[in-house]
Design a protein around this ligand. Structure first.
Ligand SMILES: Cc1cc2nc3c(=O)[nH]c(=O)nc-3n(C[C@H](O)[C@H](O)[C@H](O)COP(=O)(O)OP(=O)(O)OC[C@H]3O[C@@H](n4cnc5c(N)ncnc54)[C@H](O)[C@@H]3O)c2cc1C
Length: 425
């Protein structure tokens, strides 16, 4: 079968790799000169299976009531006389029952563990090197209530094979001694030793090189406009994969399909610190700021509040956020960061699925050979191995095979069934 993959980011490259493994004739087309040059360029690089708590959980309805009308709420919800919004709200409440929450956690953990083991197999079998580290992820809590609420989902994740351990404040400080300064404020933490991180751009480039060696064609520097290349060529194919990241919406619009994926600007800050923090795990602050070692320094990022997070903002790094929010918070947690030196910044788009912050996969009823791999909302590195393989199997056999990805299929949007993801940081 001849398959065209639109986009040479993480999703395009992994899909191309698995499609080629199945013997398809695969061409990847991208307007950039090299693979992984847009959102897959310099992201957080987390492979965080422990991020598996859905927004819709038994505590959410009470929180939503508190958040109503609050502009600084983590989830901004304005009541409108809009039938679709009310149906969405009712479906959201349905997903908040303990049984549905457990079901959704199980689904997210299964996808995460399967994807991580596929990633590990890829790097082992192909010898990929992308600065990968397995130093774990430490979420720390300064609110006793939030810490207590982390216990039940962590237990369920352990039952499902994701070893998210609940640890005391003292144990958290033992893992990362730099937190000693805020020991009195710490309620506790969770730690997932198997969670990984790595350089997503290097991963995409290394896997793309392997694809080329295996016979995948890369047409780089080509801007796709309605499946006709800039040079006027018409490319025939049996199937197309929409892996256009934050620009996937216009591709869907060619067929009149409404794909609710929008670009949300995120900035990554790279800095060095005079004091080394050897063995520092990936840290997640209660404010949502994340931090991890990268090379001889660190990278950090944050999610702006929803009302200060417009769609498709220009890709200028948000320096003010660093000065006003990120740096002061980091320095308050770990005093050594008072002396940090900002080395570089980079801004890219989260390809945010506005419907429920989760990937949108597979076919839409309007077209039987355009496959979607979009809307990862901050999980593209983590999920691309599972999704790339899943799509290749779907295209070959018409069914999800190794892992059932149907809960992430496009159909849930048409049925107004949100699978809300909480850990979009
Ligand atoms: C700051 C930040 C931190 C993140 N942290 C993490 C993390 O820690 N863990 C994680 O798993 N994920 C993370 N993500 C998300 C992850 O980076 C994305 O989910 C992933 O990179 C998306 O890959 P993609 O292939 O879908 O999109 P992209 O990498 O954007 O690739 C899409 C490609 O399509 C091409 N394209 C689009 N339209 C056209 C067209 N018309 N013609 C030609 N080419 C076109 C683009 O040039 C681009 O190369 C983060 C994202 C950001 C921004």
């Amino acid at each position: 079968m001849r398959v065209i993959v639109l986009g040479a980011g993480l999703l395009g490259v992994t899909s191309a790799y698995f499609l080629r493994q199945q013997g398809h004739d695969v061409t990847v087309i991208d307007r950039q000169a090299t693979p992984g040059a847009e959102t897959s360029f310099a992201n957080g690089g987390q492979v965080s299976v422990s991020h598996a708590e859905p927004w819709a959980n038994p505590g959410a309805p009470a929180k939503l009531l508190q958040w109503l009308g609050r502009e600084d709420a983590p989830l901004l919800f304005r009541l409108r006389a809009d039938m679709r919004q009310w149906v969405w709200g009712l479906q959201f409440l349905r997903e908040c029952t303990p049984a549905r929450t457990r079901h959704n956690i199980a689904h997210i953990v299964r996808l995460g563990t399967y994807s991580r083991s596929t990633l590990q197999a890829l790097r082992r079998d192909l010898g990929l090197e992308y600065d990968q580290r397995t130093q774990g992820i430490l979420h720390f809590y300064t609110s006793q209530k939030e810490f207590d609420a982390a216990e039940a989902p962590a237990r369920q994740m352990r039952e499902l094979g994701c070893e998210r351990q609940v640890i005391s404040a003292d144990e958290a400080v033992r893992l990362e001694p730099a937190l000693a300064h805020i020991r009195p404020q710490l309620a506790g933490a969770t730690y997932t030793a198997e969670d990984e991180s790595g350089d997503a751009n290097r991963f995409a480039r290394e896997l793309a090189a392997r694809c080329v060696a295996d016979g995948v064609q890369f047409r780089m520097g080509e801007h796709i406009t309605a499946l006709r290349l800039d040079d006027g060529q018409r490319r025939e194919c049996s199937a197309v994969v929409n892996a256009a990241g934050a620009w996937a919406r216009p591709v869907a619009q060619w067929l009149g399909i409404d794909l609710p994926v929008f670009g949300k600007r995120r900035t990554v800050f790279h800095f060095t610190c005079p004091e080394a923090l050897p063995g520092c795990p990936l840290l997640i602050d209660p404010s949502g700021i994340w931090l991890r070692p990268e090379g001889t320094g660190f990278i950090a990022g944050y999610a702006p509040p929803e009302d200060a997070d417009p769609d498709d903002a220009p890709l200028d790094p948000d320096h003010a956020a660093f000065e006003d929010h990120v740096w002061p918070t980091l320095a308050e947690r770990i005093p050594a960061f008072e002396a940090l030196r900002l080395r570089s910044t980079w801004a890219g788009y989260y390809e945010m699925n506005a419907f429920d912050h989760n990937a949108i996969l597979g076919l839409h009823p309007a077209c039987d050979n355009l496959y979607f791999a979009n809307g990862f909302s901050g999980h593209g590195l983590q999920q691309c191995p599972a999704v790339g393989r899943g799509l290749a199997e779907l295209i070959l056999t018409g069914r999800w095979q190794t892992l059932d990805l149907e809960p992430l299929a496009f159909q849930r949007l048409l049925d107004n069934r949100p699978l809300l993801e909480r850990n979009v940081i």
